[in-house]
Each structure stands twice: as C-alpha cells, then as structure tokens.
Design a protein around this ligand. Sequence first.
Ligand SMILES: [Mg+2]
Length: 132
Amino acid sequence: MQPKTPATDTPLSDETTTLATLRDRVRGFSDDREWGRYHSPRNLAMALSVEASELLELFLWASDDGPQPPVPDRGPKVADEAADVLHCLLSLCDSMDIDLAAAFEDKMRRNAIKYPIEQSRGRLEKSDELGL
Ligand SMILES: [Mg+2]
C-alpha cells in the first residue's frame, strides 16, 4: 500500500519547514496506519507527557556543572526524543483544531505582559512571586 503522505526527498530544516508541513506529515503517518481511533486528545496528551519524560530521562542524574546529558551516547537520543515530543504535540493540536503558531503568538504576547523586561530580567521568580 502506498503511503498517503510519502516522505519527501527534500531534507526538512527549521529554516524552511512550516508547522503546517510537519502537521500534515504527522497526520499522514497516522492515517496510513489507521491510528486515528486511538488518538483522542486525552491519549495524545498522555503520549506527549510520556515522550517528554523520555527526553527528561536522558538528563537524569546529570550535575549542573557536568556534561549534559551525563552519558555521551545519549546525545543523539535527545534529538529523537525531542522529535517524539513535537510529533505528539502536533498530533494533539491537529486533533483539537488548535493553530499552534497562533496559540504560541498569543501566549508569548501574554507572557511579555506577565513578565515585563525591567522587573523580570535576570530573575527566576514566577510573576506572582515578583509581585506582578
Ligand atoms: Mg520516545
């Protein structure tokens, strides 16, 4: 069976690839395997959390001043797990008709108001801890 959305011969990069392109690739991957029945927003949110934990696990027991990840062989796995996180996030947003770029822009606009530069520069406290 031919895939509905075959991989292109053109390598993807952050500089040239849109979120819509990635979303369509994720959707095609799932459609080709008839996995949509499993992809409820709840299941996709759980999968996203699992993949984020797999990413976090690569840094487990690293010291702040030591190599990160602490085991050199884990380095390439960071990219794999980051890709898994993106895959799940795009699939979740697709299933809920969330325009991720628009949501990101809206959240960044609110974060800029929540954390004014002058009051938050170099500070680690949350906005309510800064008295904002
Ligand atoms: Mg994974």
